[in-house]
Ligand binder design. Structure first.
Ligand code: JAH
Length: 279
């Protein structure tokens, strides 16, 4: 796979030289090309931003440097026999980056990432390239960063570990729901290794019992409890047909666990509420 990244801070991508992704590059599985957007400016100040039409705070990235940069990069790749790339633009207003999208992108031969800064990139850039390539504006979560660079690091790590030959990959880690112990649409429970007791904390006895049936049931209970506590959105979306009798009994025994919902964030605390202590 080839990946081109355009940014005014290409130094942000030093981590792509180490660990899993660094090794994939050494082994020729992944070819990462970094580009300085300012190399496609023509003024002495190498200007990439300007004030927003319609007013408002901050600055917007000018379309011209992006057009020159992306035209050159697309042409250079086409010259080396590649088909058209997909263009990925990180933005908090994009579609969610999910494991499913990571799997889809890992099957592509060529990706181009465009990193915005300030208030983002003039939207005509995305409109222009969408006439020639598949363009996706993508969000890695509901928070605002100072620019797209860190989001691109996240996406490349998620995509890179799916490439054949990267993860010691017996070619089946393309979807982690096939990983041992993974339960579809639930978060994973806790994991433990030796020693069996550490600072007074014991590894749950069931995991030392060698009883594989009981271990599988305990892990599923833990996954259900943690999904209930941390991801009530996932539980609500679960197909009830995927729950057995034991699952349903366990879930009915759990108290309602709203956490960081929009409603509790701003509302008065309930009069009877006992404050939770955190160390
Ligand atoms: C911020 C350009 N979904 C995370 C995310 C992605 C990109 C940005 N922020 C958050 C961002 C400023 C300028 C992109």
């Amino acid at each position: 796979m080839r990946i081109d990244i355009v940014s005014i801070f290409p130094e942000y991508f030093a981590p792509l030289g180490v660990s899993l992704i660094g090794k994939a590059r050494e082994r020729g599985i992944l070819d990462v090309c970094l580009h300085q957007l300012r190399d496609w400016t023509d003024d002495v100040h190498r200007t990439v931003d300007d004030t927003p039409y319609g007013g408002g705070p901050g600055m917007v990235m000018k379309p011209e440097p992006w057009g020159e940069a992306l035209d050159d990069i697309i042409t250079s790749g086409a010259a080396t026999g590649q088909d058209q790339p997909r263009l990925i633009v990180p933005t908090p207003s994009g579609r969610p980056f999910t494991q499913q999208l990571a799997v889809e992108l890992a099957a592509e031969p060529w990706l181009v990432f465009a990193c915005g800064r300030y208030e983002g990139i003039d939207s005509r850039v995305m409109a222009e390239y969408a006439t020639r390539l598949r363009v996706d504006e993508v969000s890695i979560g509901d928070y605002v960063l100072a620019g797209g660079e860190v989001a691109v690091l996240v996406m490349i790590e998620a995509i890179g570990r799916l490439l054949p030959g990267v993860l010691g990959n017996a070619d089946s880690v393309t979807d982690d729901s096939f990983a041992p112990g993974a339960m579809h649409n639930l978060v994973e429970g806790p994991v433990y290794t030796k020693p069996p007791e550490w600072r007074g904390h014991r590894v749950p006895d069931v995991l030392l019992s060698g009883h594989h049936g009981k271990i599988a049931r305990w892990r599923r209970d833990q996954a259900l409890r943690r999904t209930h506590a941390n991801r009530p959105d996932l539980l609500a979306a679960l197909d009830p047909a995927t729950l057995d009798k034991h699952d349903r009994a366990l879930l009915s025994s759990l108290p309602p666990a709203p956490q960081e919902t929009a409603s509790t964030e701003t509302a008065e605390p309930p009069p009877s509420a006992t404050p939770t202590r955190h160390p």
